[in-house]
Design a protein around this ligand. Structure first.
Ligand code: BG6
Length: 511
């Protein structure tokens, strides 16, 4: 039952889950990292929990030469290495029979004809009813190519069943390319067929933000400028670029983390109550709050956005390379591996409440946390007591690796005099639910197969998120940084990050 919960939390309470339709899951890039590390383990977890349709087939495709049998063997090896739970050979042996593979190049139209033929055969053999899910686990450069080739081959047609396309991030490189990509996709696909995935929305703790806010009566009345002093959102990573220098050089943390994962989380934290938990009501709410973000002028970017790049340092007693020494990174790279920004939302609920966001690689710890800091209580009552200062209350949403919620408040220290101490009330997911560990992709894949787009981004959402990031990208590209690298690996970013928040009489949380 605990594992049932893992998924049922994705579906709004009161709405019945229905089993996903029979379908064929086609993976482009089936010999790559994403497939073996995340997609296959997630699908396997769904199989273990009985959440896959009875008639379910996977077709992998990539350039790497393999036939059906060698693909099955490779996946059987990989799953043992990357599964997030104990390996159950009974489930896997049943499942692996339905794996197929096509070797081919994404720019070769005959590959799509081969795929079409195999889909017909598989439909006839496994009763998959003409429902196809195409997952692009490939570099963004080929998103447009594959999606249009699928269209040309007639595989976007929904005459027999449904046809859906899942697109990974990064969705575009900037606003203009995101708009172009959307237009290109829409030449062959209808909007309801395009599923833009963001793996942060698969995290239970992120999904719980809305449940926490709107299923409880006590927090929402305080969730506004009258009671909230500011909000801090931190995504700290300990890792460096992990061999992805080539990709990261063209990205940087603003594009890699802030424009997508962090703005998605922020939208959940700041949106107004949707009129229902239906996909479009939630997605409209997210777009509305991102649209209300104050557009930064170039002067504001200079004041309110800070960037950094790590140099070599010591972490956990080991010497680590600086960013510029990583493979495939330019010796004079200007790519930011850290950013801190201050944003405002120009609406009735949040006017004047700063939102401080920071994210970086090679920071001292791995932690994602959202902190809502409330306004301080008036000190009048404590004037004639030994209490010198009242601390502000904080509500902490621990997203990962700790998963929980914490309320920080003041309590009286036992004894005859009025002394206060900051204490914490703590809820932990693991303690409360004992859910099996997953990859974070289970709910997203299940939702796509069962036709629930709530957690996927519509075209207007990704474009609106780019609109928030674009003024910063523009200023940063026109004014290259002069002082990179400016923080040693294993520290909390450049000193300018503190200078962004401290003049406001606030400080970054010490994590
Ligand atoms: C990816 C980024 O989207 O998210 C990576 O491209 C980053 O650079 C990763 O490391 C972080 O994901 P998570 O789930 O480990 O926080």
């Amino acid at each position: 039952m605990a594992e049932m919960k893992l998924l049922s939390e994705a579906a709004p309470s009161g709405i019945q889950e229905r089993p996903p339709d029979p379908c064929v899951f086609v993976i482009f890039g089936a010999s790559g990292d994403l497939t073996k590390r995340l997609l296959m383990p997630a699908i396997y977890n769904l199989a273990c929990d009985g959440f896959l349709p009875h008639n379910f087939v996977i077709i992998g495709t990539a350039k790497t030469e393999m036939d059906h049998e060698s693909f099955r063997e490779q996946m059987s090896k990989d799953i043992r290495q990357f599964t997030t739970r104990d390996f159950n050979s009974q489930v896997w042996d049943e499942f692996v029979k339905n794996l197929y593979y096509i070797t081919g190049s994404f720019d070769d139209p005959s590959m799509y004809q081969q795929l079409k033929q195999l889909l017909n055969e598989v439909d006839a053999k496994h009763n998959t009813e003409g429902n196809y899910l195409f997952y692009l686990a490939v570099p963004p450069i080929v998103f447009g190519l594959i999606s249009s080739q699928l269209g040309i081959a007639g595989l976007t047609s929904e005459d027999k069943g449904w046809s859906r396309l899942i697109i990974e991030k990064p969705f575009g490189h900037d606003l203009e390319s995101a708009v172009t990509l959307n237009r290109g996709l829409q030449e062959h696909w209808l909007e309801h067929q395009i599923w833009r995935i963001d793996h942060y929305l698969g995290k239970e703790t992120v999904q719980n933000i809305l449940a926490f806010r709107f299923a409880n009566g006590i927090f929402e009345p305080l969730w506004n400028r009258h009671y909230v002093d500011h909000i801090q959102l931190t995504v700290a990573e300990k890792v460096g670029v992990e061999g992805r220098g080539n990709f990261y050089e063209r990205s940087g943390v603003l594009r890699d983390m802030i424009q997508n994962h962090m703005l998605q989380m922020l939208a959940y934290v700041a949106m107004d109550s949707p009129s229902s938990f239906h996909a479009d009501d939630i997605r409209n709410g997210k777009v509305a709050v991102l649209k209300a973000m104050h557009p930064m002028t170039p002067e504001e970017v200079i004041r309110n956005a800070v960037r950094g790049q790590y140099s070599g340092g010591t972490m956990d007693g080991n010497i680590v390379l600086g960013y510029r020494e990583e493979p495939d990174v330019a010796k004079d790279s200007r790519t930011e591996t850290f950013a801190a920004i201050k944003l405002y939302i120009d609406n009735w609920r949040w006017a004047g409440v700063p939102l401080y966001l920071r994210s970086g690689k090679r920071l001292p710890i791995r932690r994602t946390e959202i902190a809502i800091q409330f306004k301080r209580a008036p000190e009048v009552l404590f004037r004639d007591t030994p209490v010198e200062r009242l601390e502000a209350n904080q509500l902490l949403l621990h997203i990962q690796p700790d998963q929980g919620i914490e309320l920080v408040f003041e309590a009286k220290v036992p004894g005859p005099t009025m002394q206060l101490q900051t204490v914490r009330m703590h809820f932990e997911y693991q303690e409360a639910f004992h859910a099996a560990r997953g990859t974070g992709y289970e709910t997203l894949l299940y939702d796509c197969m069962s036709g629930d787009p709530t957690l996927f981004s519509r075209s207007d959402l990704v474009e609106t998120a780019w609109r928030v990031a674009q003024p910063i990208l523009d200023v940063w590209s026109s004014l290259p940084p002069r002082d990179f690298p400016n923080y040693p690996a294993g520290t909390w970013g450049p000193k300018e990050a503190s200078e962004l928040i401290e003049p406001d009489g606030r400080g970054w949380r010490r994590l």
